[in-house]
Design a protein around this ligand. Sequence first.
Ligand SMILES: Cc1cc2nc3c(=O)[nH]c(=O)nc-3n(C[C@H](O)[C@H](O)[C@H](O)COP(=O)(O)O)c2cc1C
Length: 401
Amino acid sequence: MYCVKKIKDDLFWVGGTDRRLALFENAYPIPRGVSYNAYVLKDEKTVLFDTVDWAVSSQLFENLEAVLGGRALDYVIVNHMEPDHCATLEEVVRRYPEVKVVCNAKTVDIIKQFFDFDIDSRAVIVKENDTFCTGKHTYTFVMAPMVHWPEVMVTYDTTDKILFSADAFGTFGAMNGNLFADEVNFERDWLDDARRYYTNIVGKYGASVQTLLKKAAGLDIQMICPLHGPVWRENIGWYVDKYLTWSSYAPEEKAVMIAYGSIYGNTENAANILACRLADRGIRNIAVYDVSSTHPSVMVAEAFRCSHLVFASATYNGGIFTSMERVLSDLKAHALQNRTVAVIENGSWGMVAARQMKDMIAGMKNMEILEPTVSIKSSLKAGQEADIEALADAIAASLAL
Ligand SMILES: Cc1cc2nc3c(=O)[nH]c(=O)nc-3n(C[C@H](O)[C@H](O)[C@H](O)COP(=O)(O)O)c2cc1C
């Protein structure tokens, strides 16, 4: 049975939701599922905006058939040629043999890599600022290379002022009946997943996102239709502000994230004591994580959120505890920068964790390392409270700046 949502008289959501997938991109846990959004416009011509992941393909085709109501599908616009949006493109072409594929030249190359159908005979190639008219609606195209993949573009409906934003403004989380962000408590229920989606999927490409945001600032946008998660028609500026913050690598909040990697619990003990001493100093925004039991994607998202980061690690085979090493390398891979950082190390015979963590942090841009570094020989001993107090003082002073 079709499951469709009406957006405007002539625009419909025809996507699907997946609550079975454990790992998005086979990498990121999605306990709240994910939605794959596709949209259909019924103008003088009919247009499908992107397709969906194969997992929800049958839902897409039932939806498409129901919305088209016997009409032909004239165009499919491919904003993003990643398989979670285009796995069903070949099947669209098979079912609607007259359909033309509107996309840019780079997209054609990628379509040829993934599929064997004849794209050249049906491609309508568009470039930046080209216009495309379907009757009442006229569209323009804005190239958005590396707002995830090199071929990405976004499509702007100049008639209804709607931005079809590809992966930009998307989020993890399956839709629960409500399609619009203003129908849910987005800040309470969705923001953490939106941040985790952005930082892990697009976080590395902040400069490209900034370029897109600058171009988009010149458009009068009344609605954003992303490829994952709710559609935006109210308070768009609030969400755009989040994107401006995340893509510029500015901390979202004055907050302390304490991440610890501990085998027997002594490094954990130091992390907990530091959290208490920070709280004693009036700091309220503190988040403590065990890196062994927290997925690295959460650590990446939290590091983008927080201004101050403390990494506490046991020494492990002459190196950093493996789960902590993974987190630090993930943060570098996602281009995290502009943070104030402190480190705590532990070891029983040859401590190297602090030096090696500092080396990894030095490989990230504009990271300030706060002293003192706390070194623990196996377990904290009487007298070492002062070391933790001194670190808490340094963090509190830096937060107050
Ligand atoms: C597999 C393994 C390798 C270790 N390698 C080192 C090492 O290279 N240098 C060192 O000083 N301690 C090493 N340790 C000891 C721990 O770092 C040390 O006992 C530390 O106090 C553990 O802190 P925790 O209580 O937070 O787990 C190793 C421990 C394990 C289990």
